[in-house]
Design a protein around this ligand. Structure first.
Ligand code: ADP
Ligand code: ASP
Ligand code: MG
Length: 472
């Protein structure tokens, strides 16, 4: 490739209406003047939720939901297309493609209603429809503006394993396919628009990268193309010291390290999918988080370099999207291989373990998984520990969904004494009860579990105690 490549991803709100779609296309077109630009788009905001809700309702026996889904999606996308595309041929062709995709999703839902079942594989086909719609619309919008642009389905580019709902990329296969498909288009001066979120197995079976996965799509493609940088255009002007929805005076950080951004994402900062930085760290490709509503603002740069925060802590994050699983019983210490068996069972359920702790009396093992994995993990544990429960070595396997994880993050926290003390005394002063603390906190975060009702208070208190709103 003769020109440097920039991969830019637009999130749901950044393509959520005709106006937003036009702004996104303008940003991409502007950048393409002196770079080769690859655009990645999410579904229009709300669409993925609509698709997943319809699939779930259909599987519960609601036969009318397929038609209602088709109607809602047609209305939303036809309205935007009417405003965006004036060329009659282009519009007719686009509407035909959009309608065919919507019909396919509705048919799948109808199938689920008839079968009374929704497999993870079928859900991935249905859930990925929104990106297939928006990518075609974004490419048509760029053409309408006089640019050459081609829509690509990432299931022809990104090859993953077959873990539906949370697939992981296979880097070599992805690199070969992506370069073969996109280099000629870029060399020809056109702008490829690729669907975020979706991918496919080596056999071509559609998968998704998990909710919020379009960020991950952008960095997977960035790494596969040896891009100069990846830009995530979203609805906030960077990585902030806390979620601005929870802490209104949160401040934008100019720079954060891959590690810090990764920790924040891991502990629930929605601004990045937790896996986003994995593909780019090794190649040291910088990632920018920028505000598509204010493209003049520089946003946050994520690289290897760190500018230490004066207080050690750089940002606070929290999530209620977790569940605590406790396995307890007086005999647990004497049960052979208990920890190994617990974690083998959790792994077989593809549980994402967010935190592990063990009570000091050693009569319980407790860990925290993502909420979406809780039911599956509980079942796998009950199956694996059936005999032990039967013989009363284990008293119970309990799931508590009424919890939240709070984490303070900063790469040089390890070198700043007294931080843990300050974190926990702040919680004490705010009257917040701590249920569990991560065993052996990493050097980059201090994380702990609270009741979900205390989460916001905990985040606000930490933000205040470390004066994070005043940081840069
Ligand atoms: P997109 O649709 O563009 O992918 P998301 O809604 O997935 O956008 O992510 C952006 C949101 O992440 C913001 O609106 C904000 O509420 C939330 N968020 C949570 N923590 C942070 C943080 N530390 N910095 C910035 N945004 C955050
Ligand atoms: N549309 C998908 C979701 O809502 C992926 C994304 O937006 O990143 O989860
Ligand atoms: Mg997102």
């Amino acid at each position: 490739m003769s020109r440097p490549i920039q991969v830019m991803k637009f999130g749901g709100t950044s393509v959520g209406s005709a106006d937003r779609m036009r702004s996104a296309a303008t940003i991409a077109a502007e950048a393409s003047k002196d770079r080769a630009v690859v655009v990645v788009v999410s579904a229009m905001s709300g669409v993925t939720n609509l698709l997943i809700a319809a699939a779930v309702k259909a599987a519960a026996g609601d036969e009318a939901v397929a038609e209602a889904l088709g109607k809602a999606l047609r209305e939303k996308h036809h309205e935007a297309i009417g405003k965006l595309i004036s060329g009659m041929d282009e519009r007719r062709e686009l509407l035909a493609e959009i309608d065919a995709l919507i019909e396919r999703a509705a048919n799948y839902c109808h199938g689920c209603a008839l079968l009374g079942e929704l497999s993870p594989r079928a859900l991935d086909v249905i859930a990925g429809t929104g990106e297939r719609l928006s990518a075609r619309m974004a490419a048509a919008t760029l053409r309408e503006m006089g640019h050459r642009s081609v829509a690509f389905d990432a299931s022809d580019l990104i090859v993953t394993d077959d873990v539906h709902g949370g697939a992981r990329p296979l880097a070599d296969l992805t690199r070969t396919k992506t370069q073969a498909a996109l280099f000629p288009v870029l060399e020809a001066g056109a702008i490829p628009v690729v669907t975020g979120y979706v991918a496919a197995t080596a056999k071509g079976i559609p998968t998704t990268l998990g909710r919020g996965g379009s960020d991950y799509s952008a960095t997977i493609l960035g790494a596969a193309l040896d891009a100069r940088e990846v830009i995530i255009w979203t609805d906030v002007n960077g990585v902030l010291t806390a979620d601005p929805r929870m802490v209104p005076d949160a401040a934008t950080l100019d720079e954060v390290s891959y590690i810090e951004a990764g920790e924040l994402a891991f502990f629930g900062a929605k601004v990045l999918h937790p896996m986003t930085l994995r593909p780019v760290i090794e190649r040291a490709i910088p990632v920018w988080i920028r505000d598509s509503f204010h493209p003049d603002i520089a946003g946050t740069k994520i690289t290897h370099t760190v500018r230490p925060a004066p207080q050690g802590v750089k940002a606070v994050t929290a999530t209620r999207d977790v569940a605590m699983i406790a396995i307890a019983g007086p005999g647990i210490i004497g049960v052979p291989d208990i920890a190994a068996r617990i974690f083998t069972a959790s792994a077989s359920a593809h549980a994402n373990i967010v935190m592990i702790s063990q009570s000091s009396s050693q009569d319980s093992i407790c860990f925290v998984v993502q909420a979406a994995d809780a039911a599956r993990t509980e079942k796998a544990l009950r199956d694996a520990l059936y005999e032990d429960v039967h013989h009363h070595d284990i008293e119970h396997v309990k799931v508590n969904r009424n919890v939240a994880i709070v984490a303070a993050v900063g790469e040089n926290m390890c070198g700043t004494p007294g931080i843990a003390g300050r974190v926990f005394s702040t919680m004490g002063n705010a009257g917040i009860n701590i249920i569990a603390i991560a065993q052996g906190s990493s050097e980059y975060n201090i994380s702990f579990l609270v009741e979900s009702s205390g989460m916001e208070k905990a985040v606000k208190a930490l933000h205040e105690a470390f004066a994070l709103g005043k940081q840069k």
